[in-house]
Design a binder for this molecule. Sequence first.
Ligand SMILES: Nc1nc2c(ncn2[C@@H]2O[C@H](COP(=O)(O)OP(=O)(O)OP(=O)(O)O)[C@@H](O)[C@H]2O)c(=O)[nH]1
Ligand SMILES: [Mg+2]
Length: 355
Amino acid sequence: MRFIDSAKIKISAGHGGPGCVSFRREKFAPVGGPDGGDGGRGGDVFFTSTTGLGTLQDFRFKRIYKAENGHHGSGTNKAGRDGEDIEIKIPVGTVIKQAETEEVLFDFTEPNQRWLAVKGGRGGKGNAHFVSSTFQAPKMAQPGEPGQDLELTLELKLLADVGLIGYPNAGKSTLISRMSAAQPKIADYPFTTLVPNLGVVFVEEFQHYVVADIPGLIEGASEGAGLGHRFLKHIERTQILVHLLDGAHLLEFTTRPDDEPGANAKHGADELARLYKNIRKELHAYNPELTSKQEFVVINKADLFYGQDGFLDEVIKHFQKKIKSQAPVQMLSSATGEGVRDLSLTLWRALKGEL
Ligand SMILES: Nc1nc2c(ncn2[C@@H]2O[C@H](COP(=O)(O)OP(=O)(O)OP(=O)(O)O)[C@@H](O)[C@H]2O)c(=O)[nH]1
Ligand SMILES: [Mg+2]
C-alpha cells in the first residue's frame, strides 16, 4: 500500500559572490593594470535518498534550507571561495514536487539517488576580465548571479509489505500496536478503524518491514458493505496477508454442553471456518489476485482460553480440515503479547522468501 507523509520546504541555492574591482599596486608601478578576481560560485542544493530514514519527520522542524553564498573576489586576481553545497537526506520512496504546480520533479525509488535541485549562482567576473586595447582601466566588475530557489512538497509513499485483514473487532489494530510503534484507535465496537494504519516492524537494527491495518471486512465488502471495500485496494500491493480470526467467536462454544469430547472445539472451528471463507470470498470477488497471495491465518485472543489446555489446538485441527488446508495456523494474544514476536519473525522470513 502506498501511504503518504508529507512536508513543505523551501530551498535556496547560494548567490554567486561579486567580482572585485582592483588595480595592481607595486612599489615601482603605482598605476598597475586591473587585477580584481572573480567571485566564487554559490552552493548547490542536492537531495540524496537513504534507507536509514523512515519518515519525513525532520522536515516538520526545519523547513528552510539555504546553501552558502559564494565569496567576494579580491585583488591580485584572487577568486572568491565557492559557497558550500548542501545535501538533504530523504527516505527512499519520497516524491518531490514543485509546491505550487504539483509537478513531479523527482521520484526517489532507490537508495543513494542524488538529485541537483537548485544550482548556485555563478560568481561575478572581476575587473581583470574587462580589459581591452581601448579600455585599459575598467572600474567595474560583475555582481554574482542570484542562486535559484524553490518551494517544494515532499511526499513519502510507504509500501506496505504485509496486510492485516479480518472481521471488525478481531483485534487487528491491537495487533499492529503490539508489532510496531503504531498507535491506532482500539475499541470493543466494530469499525473502530476508519482509515488504514501503517506500522513499521523492526526485526533487527536497520531491518524492518511495513504492516498495514485496514478497517474490518464483512460479507458484501467487495460490493461496498461496511467500510472494507474502499480499503481493499490498499492491500493489493502487499506481498503477504495476515488473516486474523477473532478468538472471541469461539467463546460460546466452550460453554456449550455437549457429550462428545472435543465436539465443542469442532463447532467452534466450523464457525471460524465459515467466517474465514466469507472473507476469502470477498477478497476473491474484489480481485482474485488477493487470494493467491501468501497468507498466514492467525487466531487472536488466545488469552481467553488460558486454563483450557488443548482447546485451541483442537480448534485448529478441525479448522484445517474444514478449509482443506494443512497450512499452519498460529495463535496469539495481542492483549498479552504472547506469540506476537513469533509472528513478526515468521512474516520477516516469509518476506525474505524463506517460507
Ligand atoms: N482478550 C483479548 N481482547 C483483545 C485482544 N486483542 C484485541 N482485543 C480487544 O478486542 C477489541 C477490538 O480490538 P481492535 O484492535 O479495535 O479490533 P479491530 O480488528 O482493529 O477492529 P476494527 O477496527 O473495528 O475492524 C478491543 O476491545 C480489544 O481490546 C486479545 O488478544 N485478547
Ligand atoms: Mg481496527
